[in-house]
Design a protein around this ligand. Structure first.
Ligand SMILES: *Cc1c(COP(=O)(O)O)cnc(C)c1O
Length: 422
C-alpha cells in the first residue's frame, strides 16, 4: 500500500525479497495474458516471442541511445527498422526515426509541420486541421508547441469529412491529419482527399497509423478491403506507426516516417552554446533506453512477413467472432464498419414503437468490470482492441456481454418500479 509518509529505507533488501513483494502485490493488476484487457497490452500469445523480448532486455538493458555514435550496433538496427518499415508502407528508407511511442511520433510530426510552415511559408501562427476522432496526443502536442488545433466533425460513418475539412483549411494550415484507423471507431479516414487538400494549400499531411501501421499492410495482403492510407497516396508527407502496438514489440517503440529527408531534418535539434559541448538529438528524449530499439529490430526479424501475416489473420478472425457475437445481442451493436482489430460496442438505437429503452452502456461496462473484462469507456460505448489471445475467450466474452446487457435491463426495471425512473 502506498503511504504518503513512506520512510526512506534505511537498509537495502535482498533481490528475492523484492521480487516476491512485487509478485505478491500484483493481484489487482489487469490479466492481459488471459485476454482480459483490450488496449494496454498487445499480446501475440507467442512464448517464443516473449523469450526473444527477455533476451533483448538482457542484451540492451543498460545501453544509452543518447549518443548513437557510441553504440553503432543500435544505430544500425534503427536504420534497418526504418528501412524495413518504409518497405512495408512504400516510404523513404532514410526518412524516419524510432521514437518512444505514438505520442512522441505525433509530437514530432506537429513540430516539423509548425517549423515547416514558419520557415518555408512564413506562417506566424500555424494551425493543425484534424478530425474530431484524431488522437488526443495531437491536442497535447499543439498545447505544448503553441499551435492551434482546428477539430472538424466527422461524417455519420465516423470518417473525416472532406467537405468540412476543406472549409477548415486556410492559409494558416500547417498540417492536415487523418488516421488509419482512428482509435475510437477503427475506421480509416479518406486519406487521398485529406492529402489533396493539404497539397492544394502547400501544407503537410500526416497519417496517424500508430494503431494500423503494423496491421493494415498485412490485412491488405490477406485480402481485406483496406482503403488507401500509406505513402502510395500522393501528398502524404509523414506517417506514424507504433511498433509497440500491432508491431508486437514491447513498450517504447514507435516510428515517425517522413516522405522527404528535408522534413526529417527539421526534427533534429542541435545546440552548440553549452560549456558541456555540442548537444544534438533526433527525437525529444535525451538519455534514451536502448532495449526498445533492439526489440523493434529483433521482433521484425523474428516474425518476418510470415509471422505478421499469421498474427494479423488471428486478429482478423478474433475480431470477426467478437463482432458477430456483439451484433447478435439485442440492444447493442458495433459502431460503423471498423477494420479488423478495433470495435466500439454501442447501444443499438431503440426500436421505434417497441418500447425497449436504450441500453446504458456504462452500466453494461460495470457488469463487465465485475466479470473481469477491462473495456475502455468511450463517449459512444465500450471500446475493444483485439489481440490474438481474444480468439480463445471470444465466446466467454460474448456470453458475459449478453448477460450484462440482460442484467442491466432488469436493474433498469427495478429502478423504474422503485425509483420513479422513466
Ligand atoms: C495509441 C495511439 C496513439 C498514441 O500512442 P502512445 O503510444 O499511446 O503514445 C496515437 N494515435 C493512435 C491512433 C493510437 O492508437
Amino acid at each position: 500500500m502506498t503511504d504518503r509518509h513512506h520512510p526512506f529505507p534505511t537498509e537495502g533488501r535482498p533481490v528475492d525479497d523484492l521480487v516476491a513483494e512485487m509478485r505478491g502485490g500484483r493481484g489487482d493488476d489487469a490479466d492481459w495474458r488471459g485476454g482480459r484487457t483490450f488496449s494496454l497490452v498487445y499480446n501475440a500469445s507467442d512464448p517464443e516471442l516473449e523469450r526473444l523480448h527477455e533476451a533483448v532486455a538482457h542484451e540492451y538493458l543498460h545501453e544509452n541511445y543518447l549518443n548513437p555514435f557510441a553504440f553503432p550496433s543500435l544505430m544500425r538496427m534503427e536504420r534497418e527498422v526504418v528501412a524495413m518499415a518504409a518497405d512495408l508502407v512504400y516510404g523513404n528508407p532514410r526518412g524516419g526515426k524510432l521514437t518512444s511511442g505514438g505520442t512522441e511520433s505525433l509530437f514530432l510530426a506537429v513540430q516539423v509541420a509548425r517549423d515547416h510552415a514558419r520557415g518555408q511559408r512564413g506562417i506566424a501562427e500555424p494551425t493543425v486541421v484534424l478530425p474530431s476522432t484524431a488522437h488526443p496526443a495531437f491536442a497535447k502536442a499543439c498545447h505544448y508547441l503553441d499551435v492551434d488545433e482546428v477539430r472538424v466533425p466527422v461524417t455519420a460513418d465516423g470518417r473525416a469529412d472532406p467537405a468540412a475539412t476543406r472549409a477548415a483549411v486556410d492559409d494558416r494550415t500547417a498540417l492536415v491529419v487523418g488516421s488509419a484507423p482512428c482509435y475510437p471507431y477503427g475506421v480509416v479516414d479518406p486519406i487521398p482527399d485529406l492529402a489533396a487538400l493539404a497539397t492544394e494549400q502547400g501544407a503537410l499531411c500526416h497519417v496517424d497509423a500508430c494503431l494500423g501501421g503494423w496491421l493494415l499492410p498485412f490485412l491488405e495482403r490477406l485480402g481485406e478491403p483496406i482503403p488507401p492510407w500509406d505513402f502510395r497516396v500522393e501528398g502524404v508527407t509523414s506517417l506514424s506507426a507504433d511498433v509497440h502496438k500491432y508491431g508486437w514489440c514491447f513498450k517504447g517503440a514507435s516510428l515517425l516516417l517522413h516522405r522527404d529527408e528535408d522534413l526529417l531534418r527539421l526534427q533534429y535539434f542541435l545546440y552548440d552554446g553549452w560549456p558541456g559541448g555540442l548537444y544534438g538529438s533526433a527525437t525529444t528524449a535525451g538519455t534514451r533506453p536502448a532495449a526498445p530499439i533492439a526489440a523493434a529490430w529483433a521482433t521484425i526479424n523474428h516474425l518476418g512477413l510470415e509471422g505478421y501475416l499469421r498474427l494479423a489473420g488471428q486478429v482478423r478472425d478474433a475480431s470477426a467472432r467478437l463482432r458477430a457475437g456483439v451484433e447478435a445481442i439485442d440492444g447493442v451493436t458495433v459502431t460503423g464498419d471498423p477494420v479488423p482489430g478495433v470495435l466500439e460496442i454501442a447501444a443499438a438505437p431503440p426500436d421505434p414503437g417497441a418500447g425497449a429503452p436504450e441500453v446504458d452502456m456504462s452500466a453494461v461496462g460495470d457488469v463487465m468490470d465485475d466479470r473481469g473484462w477491462h473495456l475502455d469507456r468511450q463517449q459512444g460505448g465500450l471500446h475493444a482492441i483485439v489481440s490474438p489471445s481474444h480468439g480463445e475467450v471470444a465466446d466467454r466474452f460474448v456470453a458475459d456481454l449478453a448477460d450484462a446487457v440482460a442484467t442491466h435491463g432488469e436493474s433498469r426495471g427495478v429502478e423504474a418500479r422503485y425509483g420513479g425512473v422513466e
